[in-house]
Design a protein around this ligand. Structure first.
Ligand code: ADP
Ligand code: MG
Length: 157
């Protein structure tokens, strides 16, 4: 197996800082990118996605798609749309398959909250963001695939 790069660790003091980080990362993304978000209830997954949406320039508002499971936010420019998924209520891989996310994947940036152990199968290349902490958040970013080499370098700089 290809060795994976060391994760990037970002610390955010408050919700605004988590959004600002999401916005910065959002500005680096392109169609076909998949982000898998993991971390407990209230960890900041949706807050991060709100910032990401700003960086992408998509139509809001971004709220937790816990009950609708998935929501599509069209681009306000000519960039990729945002497909925002909350896998919390999904029973498993079969129910994720039923969402047909792969149909949108190439044209979208796809973000899956609670996606660890499920959403990785959607693509050979993805970022996993692990959010922890009660006040300040620690966001650990793991990359799978060469696509992320430049992004990780930029985040480390
Ligand atoms: P999740 O989607 O992971 O369940 P949310 O983003 O919905 O979490 O909720 C995170 C909550 O924690 C929000 O109320 C947010 O204002 C608060 N919060 C406090 N500090 C931070 C931080 N550093 N980063 C993100 N959210 C924070
Ligand atoms: Mg959420």
């Amino acid at each position: 197996a290809t060795p994976q790069p060391d994760p990037v660790v970002v610390r955010t003091a408050d919700a605004e800082a988590t959004q600002a980080f999401g916005e910065r990362l959002g500005g680096m993304l392109r169609a076909g990118d998949l982000l898998v978000l993991t971390g407990g209830l209230g960890a900041g997954k949706t807050t991060f996605t709100q910032g990401l949406a700003r960086g992408l320039g998509v139509r809001g508002p971004i709220t937790s798609p816990t009950f609708v499971v998935a929501r599509v936010h069209p681009s306000l420019t000519d960039g990729p749309e945002l497909v925002h998924v909350d896998a919390y209520r999904l029973g498993g891989a079969a129910e994720l398959d039923d969402l047909d996310l792969d149909a949108e994947l190439d044209e979208a940036v796809t973000v899956v909250e609670w996606g660890a152990g499920l959403a990785e199968s959607l693509s050979e290349t993805y970022l996993t963001l692990v959010l922890t902490g009660d006040d300040e958040r620690r966001i650990e970013i793991h990359a799978v695939g060469e696509r992320w080499d430049d992004v990780l370098s930029a985040l480390r700089a």
